[in-house]
Design a binder for this molecule. Structure first.
Ligand code: IMP
Ligand code: MG
Length: 184
């Protein structure tokens, strides 16, 4: 039985891209930026499921503001490694966002299509502020002009897993961000 830190396919090696300590440091820095920027305000943090659930739960524990948490399920990939460009809402938010200070927390900006779709659909709900926060950004893959207001790390085009992100549903539990390297 493969476990979450052992590749299912023996021809693939799992390598560490961003170790746990760097993730934890950067998450704290982002939370401090948010604490500073939203001082005196109440915020709504939106966790984009499924990929950002670990980043989100680490981040909110360093946020020192009155806050509520919401969960938005989107699906864009199926089991493929490339974006389909199609974004489906699989779980919507029932709370009204009108007049609220909203921060959308996403795992990865790859083509940018998913975050762009999410931001546009949330903007229509008339929040007072709408900011985005992404752990990872792949600038070379971008197909649309978008960037995160709060960003963890810029990375290359490699397909990453761990710290909430998956390949075909696996590896989400890894405490680091890794990538699969094909063996020869
Ligand atoms: P985009 O619409 O192409 O920007 O894709 C964004 C979504 O695809 C992210 O929210 C991730 O869930 C997923 N994704 C993009 N790149 C990767 C990756 O390298 N590993 C795992 N998931 C990824
Ligand atoms: Mg995602």
């Amino acid at each position: 039985m493969p476990t979450s830190d052992q590749p299912a396919d023996k021809s693939q090696q799992l390598k560490i891209l961003i170790p746990e300590v760097r993730l934890q440091q950067r998450v704290q820095e982002i939370a401090h930026e948010i604490n500073h920027d939203f001082q005196g305000k109440e915020i709504v943090c939106i966790c984009i499921l499924k990929g950002s659930f670990i980043f989100f739960s680490d981040l909110i524990r360093h946020i020192d503001l009155p806050m509520s948490c919401e969960f938005l399920g989107v699906s864009s990939y199926g089991n493929k490694m490339v974006s389909s460009g199609e974004v489906k809402i699989t779980l919507d938010i029932n709370e009204p966002l009108e007049g609220k200070h909203v921060i959308v927390v996403e795992d990865i900006i790859d083509s940018g299509l998913t975050l762009s779709y999410i931001m546009n659909s949330l903007r229509a709900r008339k929040p007072a502020t709408l900011k985005s926060c992404a752990l990872l950004f792949k600038p070379d893959s971008l197909k649309i002009d978008i960037e995160a207001d709060y960003l963890g790390f810029k990375i290359g085009n490699e397909f990453v897993v761990g710290y909430g992100t998956d390949y075909a549903g696996k590896y989400r539990g890894l405490p680091y961000v890794g990538y699969l390297e094909h063996g020869h």
